[in-house]
Design a protein around this ligand. Sequence first.
Ligand code: NAP
Length: 279
Amino acid sequence: MTAGTIDGTAVSRKLLAETAERAAAFTEKAGRAPCLATVLVGHDPASETYVKMKRNRSRKNGITSRAVELPETTTTDELVAVITELSNDPEVDGILLQHPVPAQIDERAAFEAIAPGKDVDGVTMYSFAAMAFDLPGFHSCTPGGIMRLLDAYDVELSGKHAVVVGRSPILGKPVGMLLLNRHATVTYCHSRTTDLADQVGRADVVVAAVGKPELIKGEWLKPGAVVIDAGYNPGNVGDVEQSVAAERASLITPVPGGVGPMTIAVLLEQTVSAAEATI
Ligand code: NAP
């Protein structure tokens, strides 16, 4: 068997086109475009690139952005004050605090200063709880994007065994909750899991969210499994041994061009939803 490709670029393009249409309709109605505030603390080159990409993509899709750049030496109190101000600003619809922040900052305190209605990156405890309870709210963007990919390819989840490798608060843990809400039987694996190959071998759906190049071996997979490789390691290498996995899986996300493009698309879609909720 050779796996079909889950084309994240194509799915994200469609989502962005729908988002741009909704942004234009909002702009006409509200007399202003939806606005995403991006908050960047310090000068981490990767973070600067990510913020720039998010702002460019916003502009191309009819969303304005407000860039807030703070010095490396910013304190928790200063950052919380800036985010609180954005939370109270009626012209700002969504707030993105680029992660990671410098070590002296209490990142959780900063995230929690984001008003739930503006938490378009899905990082607050409120958003996490709403997602876990399957109530309306914003999703963490990469997990939200993964669910959209599975839906775009009509992957059946109810009663299926999903194995999520990784349990980070922004990726592994939330994607497992979303799969559970869709009635999958979910197993989480992490760095202390002692039988990773066996666990992966039982999965109908595997989500790799580790950050270790080709950790998940193709020969571990159950034939016909659906593989979502969220890993993004230097040299465009995923967390799954793609060449062998593609021989056993029924569907697989490539790296790049799989999960990656969905993250920004969901961020922008959620920004427009936040704006729409204000009128
Ligand atoms: P993270 O915070 O470093 O979490 C990694 C997770 O992998 C942890 O839960 C860790 O377990 C687990 N792990 C580490 N070694 C393991 C092993 N040998 N066996 C099983 N589990 C192991 O990373 P993250 O932020 O979730 O990101 C994961 C990957 O996704 C990275 O490659 C990142 O670049 C990529 N990513 C992509 C996007 C996108 O837009 N495409 C967005 C976010 C992240 P413990 O909890 O026990 O430490």
